[in-house]
Design a binder for this molecule. Structure first.
Ligand code: UT7
Length: 338
C-alpha cells in the first residue's frame, strides 16, 4: 500500500512495576540459578507487578507518551492496546485506559497477537490513519505476565516480566514548514510493514486463560498457565524474523546497512544474536532491555523504543526496523523513518 500521508511516532512512554525480582531472588524459590538464566537468555532481573494492574501500567505509559508528544488526551481519537493479560475480558484494556486518561473522544479496543501485539496494534493504527478515518492514535503494549505463569515451571516463568509501553502515532506533514505545530515535523514515519500468522503452530506457545463455567460441560477445568515448547519457539523466531525483516526492507527499497537500529521483541539475547547473524548486521544495532526487563511480550518493543527515545538515540531521518513475534504464532515488522 502506498502511503497517502506520513504517519509518525510523535511521542513514547513506558512504565515498569516497582518490584524487581532478580535471578538470585528466583533461585531462592525454585531450582534455578543466575548462571543458567543469564547464559541462556541475557536476563538478569525483571519487574513484577504487585499492586499495579495492567491498566494502571498502560495508562501511566500512555500519559507519558502524550506528554512526550505534547498533546492532550482529548485529542486522541483511537486507542489500540496489544495485550494478552488485560485485567478483564471486558472492558478491554484500551477502554480502561481511555477512562483513566480521560480520552473521551477516542475509539478504543484491544488486539491479541501475544508478543507481536504492539506491532499488530501499530500497523492497525497506521492503516486507520492512512484511510483518513482518524488522525491521532495512542498505541499500547502492556502485560502482567506474572499472573499467567506457572511458577512451578522453571523453564517458562524465569523468562517473563511485567510492564507497559506506549507510542503516539499521528498523521503528519512531511514538510516542516507546513507541519508548524510542535511534534509534527520529522521523517516520513512508517515506510513499510508486513505481518503474518501461523495458527497451525499455535499450541507451541499457549495459555487457555480462563475457566469454563458452562453447566453442560462435565470437566470444565483447563490449565490457565502459559505452556511453551521453548525450542520450537526458538526455531520459529530465528527462521521467521530475519525473513520478515528482509521482506519489509525490500518493500521499503532499503538494505540492512541503511538501518540504524533493529528494535526487536525482547524474547532472548540468543534470538537477537541469531537474527543479527542471519541478516549480516552488527549486533550493536540491536539495542536490548532484556537484562533488566525480561520478556514482556507485547510491552517489550514499546518499552525498548521509549528507553532509546529517552536516551536520545533516535534522530530525525534515522531509519529503524521494529519487529515483534510470538504466540499465535504471529509476527510483524515495520520500517520507520524517525
Ligand atoms: O516471546 C517468545 C517467548 N519464548 C521464547 O523466547 C523461548 C525461546 N526458547 C528459548 O529461549 C530456550 O528454548 C529456553 C531458554 C526456554 C530453554 O533453553 P534450552 O537450552 O532450550 O533448554 P532446555 O529446555 O533444553 O533445558 C535444558 C535443561 C533441562 O535439564 P535436563 O533435562 O537437560 O537435565 C531443563 O530441565 O535445563 C533445565 N532447565 C533449567 N535449569 C535451571 C529448564 N529451565 C531451567 C531453569 N533453571 N530455569
Amino acid at each position: 500500500m502506498e502511503n497517502k500521508v506520513a504517519t509518525r511516532i510523535t511521542g513514547t512512554g513506558s512504565y515498569l512495576p516497582e518490584h524487581i525480582m532478580t535471578n538470585d531472588d528466583l533461585s531462592k524459590i525454585m531450582d534455578t540459578s543466575d548462571e543458567w538464566i543469564f547464559s541462556r537468555t541475557g536476563i538478569k532481573e525483571r519487574h513484577l507487578a504487585k499492586d499495579e494492574s495492567t491498566a494502571f501500567m498502560a495508562a501511566k505509559a500512555g500519559e507519558k507518551a502524550l506528554h512526550d508528544a505534547g498533546i492532550e488526551a482529548v485529542e486522541v481519537d483511537l486507542i489500540i492496546a496489544g495485550t494478552i493479560t488485560s485485567d478483564y475480558v471486558t472492558p478491554s484494556l484500551a477502554c480502561e485506559v481511555q477512562e483513566k486518561l480521560g480520552a473521551v473522544n477516542a475509539v478504543a479496543f484491544d488486539v491479541n497477537a501475544a508478543c507481536a501485539g504492539f506491532m499488530f496494534a501499530f500497523h492497525t493504527a497506521h492503516v486507520y490513519l492512512q484511510s483518513g478515518i482518524y488522525n491521532t492514535a495512542l498505541v499500547l503494549g502492556a502485560e502482567s505476565l506474572s499472573k499467567i505463569m506457572d511458577w512451578k515451571d522453571r523453564s517458562t516463568c524465569v523468562l517473563f516480566g511485567d510492564g507497559a509501553g506506549a507510542a503516539v502515532v499521528r498523521v503528519c506533514e512531511e514538510d516542516e514548514e507546513k507541519a508548524g505545530k510542535k511534534g509534527l515535523a520529522g521523517g516520513r514515519g512508517i515506510l513499510a510493514f508486513e505481518q503474518g500468522s501461523d495458527g497451525g503452530k499455535g499450541m507451541v506457545l499457549n495459555c487457555c486463560g480462563r475457566k469454563n463455567h458452562n453447566p453442560l460441560v462435565k470437566n470444565p477445568w483447563m490449565p490457565s498457565y502459559v505452556s511453551m515448547d521453548g525450542q520450537q519457539v526458538y526455531k520459529f523466531a530465528v527462521g521467521t524474523v530475519p525473513a520478515s525483516i528482509q521482506r519489509v526492507l525490500d518493500k521499503a527499497g532499503l538494505r540492512v546497512d541503511d538501518i540504524k537500529y533493529f528494535v526487536l521483541h525482547q524474547a532472548n539475547i540468543r534470538i537477537l544474536q541469531s537474527v543479527a547473524k542471519r541478516l549480516k548486521a552488527d549486533i550493536g544495532k540491536f539495542p536490548s532491555v532484556l537484562d533488566h526487563c525480561g520478556n514482556m511480550s507485547a510491552a517489550s518493543v514499546p518499552v525498548l523504543l521509549d528507553e532509546m527515545n529517552r536516551k536520545g538515540m533516535l534522530e530525525k531521518g534515522d531509519k529503524i526496523v521494529m519487529a515483534g513475534f510470538g504466540g499465535g504464532l504471529t509476527w510483524a515488522s515495520a520500517v520507520v523513518e524517525w
